[in-house]
Design a protein around this ligand. Structure first.
Ligand code: NAD
Length: 551
């Protein structure tokens, strides 16, 4: 009988599948469910509310079994976390094709999704949960670090020293916030209603201390701010209560954001509900819970707008909390911007995004060698070098050792080819799985997040992620995924992912060169098409062909 049990990816060089492409998919699936990596592995939940790696344990077992016998010219098809077929393809084709959580437009809402989920017909794949390239909280750390660095550059003279950032949500993704703020020399005050989330971040060295009360938290934060000393403070409580309380206290907050699981109203704790009763209440009365969660989010967002009016820098951190607050009737929910139009879009125009790789050997020394290679490849990029050094010192690996860094068009392919050479030359003990978040420059349509406020109004055009997935299939990626609802919830996003294995072979090098050129190339052409000048100059300088600008 298959049921919950601890899962861990094998380390070392011994294959249990017929080749490294299949072995990589197998290890990354298992790694997503490693108790070190996943937030709730017993429920197959990796991160982001209920983002899962497999639909149920039987499906997980069937995927493991199939990947172990899958041939070099075969492809396993996964429909929302369940393997539904194996087809003969060819060597250049992906070994796995994944479609998660997709629903037809008019049916694309949480209610219908949950009805189908209860029937065992689908699962929520979030972004990297169901596409097997989640690498723990580090996966979001550099993006969060870059975002806070952009806030510092925009408003605080290039550093967060002497400032206090208020946020909530210390889960799989949100847990990166305290470390990203302290890496920018600031002070972070972080609220979570789950004591385990706070403890886990302290254990993993993402959060420094836990305060006994809100007053204690404020005192610790103010002392550190006055000494211009970086510090992150966790405080237990409901953000929908504590953020309004802090506003009423005139707390000296400079920056406000939020990363509770607001995209899913059943994962946001309403006020007046004990954390211990949350799961049973949500299961018993989803409609009543949703209404109360949305009302609480409206109070939370109203207080964020209060801080905005008081002069703080306030932004939505990609969890759709503004949309939910608006549904509850709060009419100023969109008074503050999302983080992509505010800070990230210029990077997307250059094809930059969260490039990442995992050492299938399980050996941290492999990642140390790749870190060194990145520093050698891009000596002129000082902020990248600063990040790689800090990450080497401060990032605690979860599961298979991995690294993330934001690289752009013309950079990712160079890194990938170098890594493949290192595998071929025996500098690394085993191959690497090279992938990225779905939150990338050319792989998402998400009008509340990645494509909010596009220059040409094309926010909801969802052709781009589909083209992205197709070009990655055509270019030789090892596995490719198309998901719906990640980040911001059902009905609000479509996005695609790819992972390509550096296995040290010549064929591997050919695939890597194409995938890691074309994948970020989608970001460049998407932003050229929308009329962004930065993207136009990148496409001209780097020779990215855009037919409508030729002839
Ligand atoms: P998670 O489910 O692992 O963690 C959410 C945390 O919020 C939990 O620890 C929970 O206890 C806490 N929480 C829920 N309601 C609360 C309340 N009322 N008060 C205080 N704490 C509360 O989710 P995650 O992976 O950390 O993702 C968080 C959100 O960020 C999601 O909506 C996700 O879709 C979004 N996200 C953003 C980005 C980005 O780049 N900005 C990337 C991925 C995900």
């Amino acid at each position: 009988m298959s049921g919950p049990r601890p899962v861990r990816a094998p380390h070392g060089t011994e294959l249990s599948a017929l080749g490294w492409q299949q072995e990589a998919a197998l290890r990354m699936l298992q790694n997503n469910l490693d108790p070190e990596v996943a937030e709730h592995p017993d429920k197959l939940v990796v991160y982001g509310g209920t983002g899962k790696a497999a639909r149920d344990w039987r499906s997980f077992d069937a995927m493991v079994r199939t990947l172990r016998t899958l041939k070099q010219d075969e492809t396993m098809l996964v429909q929302s976390g369940r393997p539904v077929g194996v087809m003969q393809t060819h060597e250049w084709a992906p070994r796995v094709l994944i479609a998660n959580s997709n629903l037809v437009g008019d049916w694309a809402n949480w209610e219908e999704f949950r009805r189908l989920e209860a029937l065992g017909l689908t699962m929520y794949g979030q972004m990297t949960a169901g596409s097997w390239i989640y690498i723990g909280t580090q996966g979001i750390l550099q993006g969060t670090y870059e975002t806070f660095a952009a806030v510092a550059a925009k408003k605080f003279g290039g550093t967060l020293a002497g400032t206090i950032t208020l946020t909530a949500g210390l889960g799989g993704m949100g847990g990166a916030q305290p470390l990203a703020v302290t890496m920018n020399d600031g002070v972070a005050l972080c609220i979570d209603c789950d004591p385990r989330a706070i403890e886990r971040r302290i254990e993993h060295r993402y959060l420094d201390v836990k305060a006994d009360s809100l007053e204690h938290a404020l005192q610790l934060a103010a002392e550190a701010r006055d000494a211009r000393r970086p510090l992150s403070v966790g405080v237990l409580g409901n953000a929908a209560e504590l953020v309004p309380q802090l506003l009423a206290m005139n707390a000296p907050i400079d920056i406000v954001t939020d990363q509770t699981s607001a995209h899913d109203p059943l994962a946001y704790l309403p006020t007046g509900v004990d954390f211990g009763d949350m799961a049973s209440y949500a299961a018993k009365d989803p409609a009543g819970f949703t209404t109360r969660a949305r009302e609480s989010m409206a109070r939370h967002v109203e207080a964020m707008v209060g801080f905005l009016d008081a002069g703080a820098e306030v932004f939505d951190y990609g969890n759709s909390i503004r949309g939910e607050a608006q549904l509850a009737g709060y009419d100023r929910a969109f008074a503050f911007p999302g983080f992509v139009p505010a800070y990230i879009r210029p990077l997307f125009c250059e094809g930059r995004g969260p490039f990442r790789w995992a050492a299938l050997s399980g050996d941290p020394a492999d990642i140390a060698r790749t870190d060194k290679a990145i520093l050698e490849l891009f000596p002129e990029n000082e902020s990248l070098a600063r990040w790689i050094r800090m990450a080497g010192e401060r990032v605690h690996f979860q599961g298979l050792p991995a690294r993330i860094c934001w690289l752009g068009y013309g950079e990712r392919d160079r890194a990938g080819e170098r890594f493949n050479d290192m595998v071929a030359g025996g500098e690394l003990r085993a191959p690497l799985a090279i992938g990225r978040d779905h939150l990338d420059c050319g792989s998402v349509a998400s009008p509340y997040r990645e494509t909010e406020a596009m220059l040409d109004g094309s926010d909801a055009i969802a052709d781009w992620p589909l083209l992205n997935a197709m070009v990655n299939v055509a270019s030789g990626a090892s596995w490719v995924s198309i998901h719906h609802g990640g980040g911001v919830g059902m009905g609000r996003s479509l996005h695609a992912g790819q992972v390509t294995v550096a296995d040290g072979t010549r064929l591997g090098a050919e695939k890597i060169r194409r995938v890691l050129t074309n994948d970020p190339g989608m970001g460049v052409i998407r932003h050229v098409d929308a009329g962004y000048e930065i993207a136009e100059s990148v496409s001209e300088a780097k020779g990215v062909r855009v037919p409508m600008r030729e002839g």
